[in-house]
Design a protein around this ligand. Structure first.
Ligand SMILES: *Cc1c(COP(=O)(O)O)cnc(C)c1O
Length: 392
């Protein structure tokens, strides 16, 4: 065979639903020499990483650690550990990642009840309360930031409600952690999972997971073994949970990466970071609106870090995104599931939530829209964003 040439990817600005660009400091620590996964220095790094993860998740949960795989593995970890065959589970679905939960839980042998809401909307407590009363499930699962629709599901009261019915609340925080508030303890969330490549500005490869004492008690009370060997928290616990006994070889470099990503979050401060995401979102929103693009999620529950808008009828989804990528080096996301071909998803996550990303994507989008025959006044998107920054 001919050996491929040296790796040389084109520069990109990753403004899709993830991965978002890794912070330069994160990339830099990733070239640090390896330690062994049981080296005392690495064990110290694990402890530091867990402490910082707890701070970012706003929890004191003992079992808080990064699963050695992407966000979906975090989802699978939470469900396979808490659910035994025959257990009742309620899943609240209002977008693509909710349907993923249905697929994952469907394989556990659970007795599943699915609550649906039109994509782009969010659930209210009453609808959930009625179902909890009727079904009395062991577990309720819901997505906090639904990346397919750009909608933020309020979950601050949901844990309390679930606990009235002895139900454990599992929350998908894959697109929320590091971008909008996530308060596991105050919100009484029993199991949460996230990822490294969105709000934490690291490469994909880790899924921070956290389990409450209630969830740990449910794990302990299991009558059957967890169906997955690799994701079985009863044994992973012995590595990340204190004894530091070998379970699998931790992805050392990725742990370095998330440690740096978490340091960046805490140096900035959670409140400052969330405010920055809102500020840049409002500027982007002013610009997109000036370009005639409409948000899918309703006013009042739009995610600052993921802006999902409808593609104008005259514009071809794939051709538009291709032009953004080839001509401008900007990646945005297309629609998933029901929104395939109908939505564009623009992420301003973690370190990519900043004015130059806003201005670049608005200027490029304007040209793409005009190229497709949409009437847009020159500079209107960028101008509206400038005004929004001046106000905010
Ligand atoms: C990205 C995402 C996932 C999947 O995470 P991977 O890292 O791709 O495995 C799950 N849930 C939501 C809400 C997401 O946005």
């Amino acid at each position: 065979m001919t050996i491929p040439g040296q790796l040389n990817p084109s520069p990109r600005l990753l403004l899709g639903p993830g991965p978002s660009d890794a912070h330069p400091r994160v990339l830099s620590v990733m070239s640090t020499p390896l330690l062994g996964h049981l080296d005392p220095q690495f064990l110290e790094i694990m402890t530091e990483t867990q402490d910082m993860l707890r701070a970012v998740y706003q929890t004191r949960n003992l079992l808080t650690f990064p699963v050695s795989a992407t966000g979906m593995a975090g989802m699978e970890t939470c469900f396979v550990n808490l659910i035994e065959p025959g257990d009742k589970v309620v899943l609240c679905v209002k977008g693509y990642f909710g349907t993923r939960m249905v697929d994952v839980v469907g394989r556990t042998g659970a007795e599943l009840t699915v609550l649906n809401r039109p994509w782009g909307e969010v659930f209210d407590l009453d609808q959930v309360r009625d179902t909890l009363k009727r079904v009395r499930p062991k577990v309720l699962g819901i997505v906090h930031a639904e990346t397919s629709t750009g909608a933020l599901q309020p979950v601050d009261q949901l844990g309390k409600l679930c606990h009235e019915f002895d139900t454990l609340l599992v929350t998908d925080c894959v697109t929320s952690l590091g971008c909008v508030p996530v308060k596991l303890d105050a919100w009484e969330i029993d199991a949460a999972f996230s990822c490294s490549q969105k709000g934490l500005s690291c490469p994909p490869g880790l899924s921070p997971v956290s389990l409450s004492e209630r969830a740990m008690a449910a794990l302990k009370a299991r009558k059957t073994k967890v169906q997955s060997w690799y994701l079985d928290l009863t044994s992973i616990q012995s590595y990340w949970g204190g004894d530091r006994a070998y379970h699998h070889t931790a992805p050392i470099t990725m742990v370095y990466a998330i440690r740096e990503g978490l340091r960046l979050v805490l140096e900035e401060g959670l409140e400052a970071r969330f405010a920055r995401h809102v500020r840049n979102h409002l500027a982007l929103k002013a610009g997109l609106t000036a370009l005639g693009l409409k948000y899918i999620a309703g006013e009042g529950h739009q995610l600052p870090q993921l802006n999902a808008v409808r593609i104008p009828d005259a514009v071809d989804d794939v051709a538009g995104r291709k032009r953004l990528l080839i001509e401008f080096g900007i990646e945005i996301g297309g629609g998933l599931g029901d929104f395939k071909g109908k939505a564009w998803r623009i992420g301003l996550m973690g370190q990519n939530s900043r004015p130059n990303c806003v201005f670049q994507v608005l200027a490029a989008l304007e040209l793409v829209l005009r190229g497709a025959g949409v009437k847009v006044e020159a500079g209107s998107g960028v101008g509206a964003a400038e005004k929004a920054y001046a106000l905010g």
